[in-house]
Design a protein around this ligand. Sequence first.
Ligand code: GAR
Length: 207
Amino acid sequence: MTHHIAVLISGSGTNLQAIIDATESGELPDTRVSVVVSNHKDAYGLERAKAHGIPTIYHPFQPYRRAGRSRNEYDADLAEKMSHYPVDLVVLAGWMHIFTMDFIRHYSGRILNIHPALPDTFPGTHAIERAYEAFQRGEIDHTGVMVHRVPDEGVDVGPVVMQRTVPIYSTDTLEDLEARVHATEHALYVQAIAAELGLAPARRDET
Ligand code: GAR
């Protein structure tokens, strides 16, 4: 049986790349990315998908906003477009759009999101930068990464599937911390997807 994943991106798509690589290396056996969705035309992740022969959907919100149409309508239309592809699991990987239930109800219990911070810390954008600044102020001594389910319209909250701490060192530049967090994300997301699809033990060495 082949497992089908839809990956939704808004930007660079390094997490998407880690997932594609894992499907090709066998780390995610019998799994393929059936479609990649972007809400930004210039998202580099679209090029990554095309390079691997993966179908893409470009679904921008601006035309809806200009026409006075709602996020609900945008979400319902995206669900319709995605319904033409087999999807067992929806994986949000840097997807910067908050879904309404008009999308979520089509994939109830089957949507994962990754966030570059620990639960209940730094929701929204620039999470790594904000963690770095909090470290400089002496407020935290580590950060982390979490993968969680998306049951509703909450931003970067939901039942946690996996999390891993990421140390911050006093010698770190912001770029050092970003690189460490992203490397952690790439490994953790593949592991969480494997667990979600029943392909691997739920826990390995995460803290
Ligand atoms: C990742 O760090 C992801 O965790 C973050 O966007 C980045 C996308 O990078 N998501 C959020 O901040 C969600 N609030 P990528 O396009 O290279 O995978």
